[in-house]
Design a protein around this ligand. Sequence first.
Ligand code: HEM
Length: 335
Amino acid sequence: MTGQIDVLTTGWSDGQTVEVGAQMYGLASDTIARTLFTAEAAAPAVDAVTASLPDIFRGIYQQAVLPPLLRRLPLPPNVRYERARNRAWAAVSKTISSYRQDGGPHGDVLSMLLKTQDDAGEPLGDAEIHAQIMTLLVAGIDTTAVALTWAVHLLCQYPDVQERLRIETTEVLGTRTATWEDLPRLDLARRVITETLRLYPPGWIFTRTTSAEARLADAVIPSETTLVYSPYLIHRDPRFNARPDFFDPDRWLPEREHTRGTLIPFGGGARKCLGDNYAMTLATLALSTIVAQWRLSHGGLPTPAVEPRMTLAPHKVQVRVESLESEPLADSIRQ
Ligand code: HEM
């Protein structure tokens, strides 16, 4: 994570305007792909998979909203989706074969999957490993990228919070890139991410289908009923959060009161996100490093329009970045 965050933040120049969504997508996809496959031989697969994913994400969303007949016609979006899936599938399959041949382990997720046994004590087959890898890529990249993009946008909209965060990062990091060991001291950064996930949960709408008659509060729900729920609406319900539309990272201070179970950006229960700690870690380290090294502003632009995709993504967040390396940082902030 630290290596990839370094690549991101050293790639910017003073006074540049960056398209935050694309930058965060690059960070999340490179980091997650390298967590899955670290071996040198997997580099072409990482490139092929990360290049195919945007078409795969668009395809999954379109498949979910198109009527069944249109999903099967050879329309250009369907063809692009199919081609992208085949390309990613071929790249991952080649990597699985090369890992099986060289024997590993490489200290990555693919090596772990190759050692994993199923409930019958059998090693996982290629199709199962492939499905696990694709699930992690699809579930992890866009969600984490979108969360970081909203966080940067909110820090531009609330410059007082950005300055407070800079006091924390100056103390903990100076201007260096954050590492795992810094996490316990990046308290405000974590609260900023949590509050961002409350206001803009990337997974904004989910369904559940009852497998038996169920009771929910006073309602009896028959078996085979599909229920829809939205973390976005629950997070903004004034019964659970005072001034719900206001960005206030301090509402997550431990001494403040919270209604249990009403913050659900990662879902809950048996199907809760398995990447929650990974995502929180990457987002906290990345946001802290960005704020430690760069001042962010977007000239008071209004909240960007929301793109209804698989995730609740902002449409184009353009931010001007000013380097803090040359400023006598600690003094200027503490005054
Ligand atoms: C800010 C980032 C993320 C958010 C907001 C998020 C959100 C969620 C939510 C709400 C669910 C539950 C879906 C449901 O109830 O149907 C979920 C499931 C899942 N997430 Fe995440 N996620 C994030 C990052 C990640 C990452 C980084 C990974 C892995 C690299 C990941 C892997 C998964 C997987 C595999 C599941 C399915 C778990 C299961 O069904 O057993 N997620 N995520």
